[in-house]
Design a protein around this ligand. Structure first.
Ligand code: BGC
Length: 795
């Protein structure tokens, strides 16, 4: 009886009283709606709808109508129908929306397109292209009825082994920020929102829920916040997601200085700050700190917020301000605007966009004796079992439920290549057994725990097939694969950063046999992150870094291998010679027991553990010397420098011109295609410090541009803008960005190690931009001494 009565009464309660127009949310009446909401309703709006209040039947009624509306979505805001407030639906990204591909009782499928990973997008060095690609992502979000996509992931690649680097963009804040801003503009051009994540300093997965990232204000300002700042300057993301970790002693979601002082005040952010999923910080502290939306929401959070509001422990001001921001998000959403999703995005068209995008971000690392492009129609011997099982992307929240990934065998076959039969036969039998072995394991591991890949062919079998295949094929293609994802970091070990013995044997034996027969060998790297290459890169003739290129992986790789597309990707991070050269040496390497190599280790929110260095806390000892900032400043050789990438053609640069402009300078460079095939080039502008600057990196990226497709012999003049503010370094003692008066070297370079043209600019008068004096590492009692602060590495 109660079950029928309650909803009935609730339904009556929301009917407008006779003659009076009901108050309903519009874009212009948010303050009125805030005033009309009950305390319970306000708390419902601040806590994601993953909760139900048994005492509040109206809420239950609303929630019942929305439950399971988009299976597999990450969560949604609480609907309040009496005031015309619908839910806003969040789904994961960033490589495409993540929703369930199947729904109970339906034949229809809801597959999404797996677009290339973040590190491939940044390898394009082409924000305009990224914006275009992301418009297709946004369209899929819209057509599947999602309002906000949980991406882009903007965290810096502090260390090559972070498990989520594949989702992120770069070790450089400018490149990372510009690509992320393009992502936001592209997705949001479709009328749906984004969530820039994870704010901030979430640079390791191990114990990410409780790790305290202890970072100097300098490194924060110049690196770990700079990328986010660039996103907010160049786009208007609807939401920002705080990270799980502590930053300098305070959880980011509770960090007033980070959120109120920097994000809201200094950067003027107007959108909604949301927590990462299931972040169990103190709800009151979060709302007060400027993180008013708690996702996906729990009953306990709702109860705490309501009790605190009633008792006065939580200020009404913070609640009302937070509610207004949630409503601000609601009124922008397609659902509020009454958009009826088709549930039928043009997946075929999007797959083609993903394929084209993938080809633009692949990086040609080696190409001796013009091994690539392969001759169309050639007979290839394919090696490496994962040729038959490519990875479209990484695992975890960034794993898209796609209809399938095209492997390289199929991709090359469709491109018209023939296959040498002896190798093909050996592999097809072996791959079938590997498929049968790994399928149940991967089913069990699901989307979260990573995926196992195929083992390599036993050495004996390999040795047996090599003579015939080297004789019968025109060239060999070897695929090497790495997989990583959320919740776990990578290891500097064989099978991850290093090659396994089996992979090394494969490379050596194939190269020896094929070179002896006068044939070339091409290696394809299907990976989401950096690998050791220095010890083996001279063995094959060509190496194509294909990244994890999305669902048409095999086709996209074939497009580059056969020269349909001339590769123009450049590395967004350095590839060190040895892991031991990486400046962030205190990145955790936890092997045994394995469970410690996980995000949830020590997951006891509220309890501060300060037991194990680099797990409970991590001091960012390398300070501002992350990636190439370190390698170039300390003359440490790398295997491939930041910004590196080859092409099937050659380019000449000329006519460097630096001219004064309104706010600084314009730097013009003419790029000419001096080779035989059309291609695109990337121009990178680095600055050197002025005479008076001490202990700052010797070179830093300040601007970049990518040319259009230049026909053989064609030229394009690219124009880069530079201002004195771009040259500034952060002065901790004065809480200010300072550009000292002096002469600054400008280096127009092909990568961080390859200067091409040089000039200089003069700053006549020191420029100072004061900011709030916040975010210092704290040193509460009982904690180990903070060792950072820029003193750990000096020149
Ligand atoms: C991840 C976020 C993701 C969220 C929702 C969290 O575990 O850190 O990136 O958006 O889950 O799935």
């Amino acid at each position: 009886m109660k079950r029928i009565l309650l909803p009935l009464l609730a339904a009556l309660a929301i009917l407008p009283s006779c003659g009076k127009k009901p108050l309903l949310l519009t874009e212009n009446n948010i303050p009125k709606i805030v005033a009309a909401l009950t305390d319970e309703e306000k708390c419902h709006l601040l806590v994601g709808a993953n909760h139900q209040n048994p005492d509040d039947s109206t809420a239950m009624l609303d929630i019942a109508a929305y439950k399971d509306m988009i299976p597999g979505c990450a969560g949604f805001t609480f609907p309040i129908s009496r005031l015309g407030i619908p839910s806003v639906v969040f789904a994961d990204g960033p490589a495409g929306p993540r929703i369930a591909s199947h729904r109970d009782g339906e034949e229809k499928t809801y597959y999404c397109t797996a677009f290339p990973i973040g590190s491939l997008l940044s390898s394009t060095w082409d924000p305009a292209l990224v914006e275009e690609i992301c418009a297709a992502i946004g369209n899929e979000v819209l057509e599947y009825g999602v309002d906000v996509l949980l991406g882009p992931g903007v965290n810096l690649h502090r260390n090559p082994l972070c498990g989520r680097n594949f989702e992120y963009y770069s070790e450089d804040p400018l490149l990372s920020g510009k690509i992320a801003a393009a992502y936001v503009r592209g997705v949001q051009s479709q009328g749906v929102g984004t969530s820039v994540k994870h704010f901030a300093a979430n640079n390791q997965e191990i114990n990410r829920l409780s790790n305290d990232a202890r970072v100097s204000v300098t490194a924060l300002r110049e690196l770990y916040l700079k990328n986010f700042e660039t996103v907010f300057r160049e786009s208007e993301p609807w939401t920002v997601m705080t990270s799980y970790n502590y930053l300098n002693g305070t959880y980011t979601a509770e960090h007033k200085e980070l959120l109120r002082d920097v994000l809201l005040e200094e950067w003027g952010y107007k959108g909604l700050v949301i927590t990462d999923w299931g972040d169990s910080c103190d709800p009151v502290a979060m709302i007060e700190a400027g993180n008013p939306y708690l996702a996906p929401g729990t009953q306990a959070q709702y109860d705490t917020v309501l009790t605190a509001l009633r008792s006065g422990r939580l200020s009404r001001k913070a609640v009302d301000e937070g509610v207004a921001k949630v409503l601000g998000l609601v009124v922008k959403s397609p659902r509020f605007k009454g958009y009826v999703p088709s549930n039928d995005p043009d997946l075929a068209a999007h797959a083609q966009i993903a394929r084209e995008a993938a080809t633009q971000g692949m990086v040609l690392l080696e190409n001796r004796n013009a091994a690539l492009p392969l001759k169309k129609g050639a007979t290839l011997a394919l090696f490496g079992s994962n040729t038959w099982k490519l990875e479209a992307g990484g695992t975890g929240a960034g794993d898209v439920n796609t209809s399938g990934t095209v492997n390289l065998y199929d991709g090359l076959q469709e491109a018209g290549f023939a296959f040498e039969p002896v190798a093909e036969k050996a592999y097809s039998a072996f791959v079938e057994t590997e498929k049968a072995r790994t399928a149940p394991i991967n089913e069990w591991l699901g989307w979260w725990f990573g995926r196992v890949s195929y083992e390599e062919l036993p050495t004996k079998t390999l040795e047996a097939i090599l003579p015939a295949s080297a004789k019968g094929a025109d060239a060999a293609v070897i695929t090497l694969l790495r997989q990583a994802g959320e919740g776990k970091d990578r290891l500097a070990e064989p099978g991850d950063f290093e090659l396994t013995e089996a992979e090394r044997q494969l490379l050596e034996k194939v190269c020896t046999a094929f070179h002896a027969a006068g044939k070339q060998v091409v290696v394809v790297l299907n990976t989401g992150g950096v690998m050791e290459t220095a010890s083996w890169k001279d063995l094959p003739d060509a190496i194509l870094l294909a990244w994890q290129p999305g669902q048409l992986a095999g086709h996209a790789i074939a497009d580059v291998l056969d020269g349909t597309v001339n590769p123009s990707g450049h590395l967004p991070m350095s590839w060190p010679v040895r892991y031991a050269d990486v400046p962030s040496q205190n990145f955790p390497q936890v092997h045994v027991p394995q469970r410690k190599n996980a995000s949830w280790w020590h997951h006891k929110k509220g309890q501060r553990f300060y037991e194990q260095e680099n797990i409970d806390w991590t001091d960012y000892l390398e300070d501002r010397y992350v990636g190439y900032r370190y390698y170039t400043s300390f003359d440490c050789p790398v295997s491939y420098p930041f910004g590196f990438g080859k092409s099937y053609t050659t380019f000449a640069w000329s006519d460097l011109k630096v001219t004064p402009a309104k706010d600084g300078w314009t730097v013009d460079v003419t790029v000419t295609n001096t080779g035989d095939v059309p291609g695109r080039d990337v121009v990178q502008l680095y600055s050197k410090p002025c005479e008076t600057e001490q202990n700052v990196p010797v070179c830093e990226l300040r601007a970049f541009a990518k040319t259009g497709l230049l026909e053989s012999g064609a030229s394009e003049t690219v124009s880069l803008c530079l201002t004195p503010a771009d040259l500034a370094h952060f002065c901790e003692a004065c809480s200010a960005w300072i550009t000292p008066a002096g002469t600054y070297g400008l280096v127009v370079a092909r990568d961080a190690d390859s200067p091409e043209l040089e000039a200089s600019v003069e700053v006549r008068k020191e420029q100072v931009r004061k900011v709030s004096d916040v975010l210092h590492p704290s040193q509460p009692e009982g904690r180990p001494l903070y060792l950072g602060g820029g003193n750990a590495i000096t020149r």
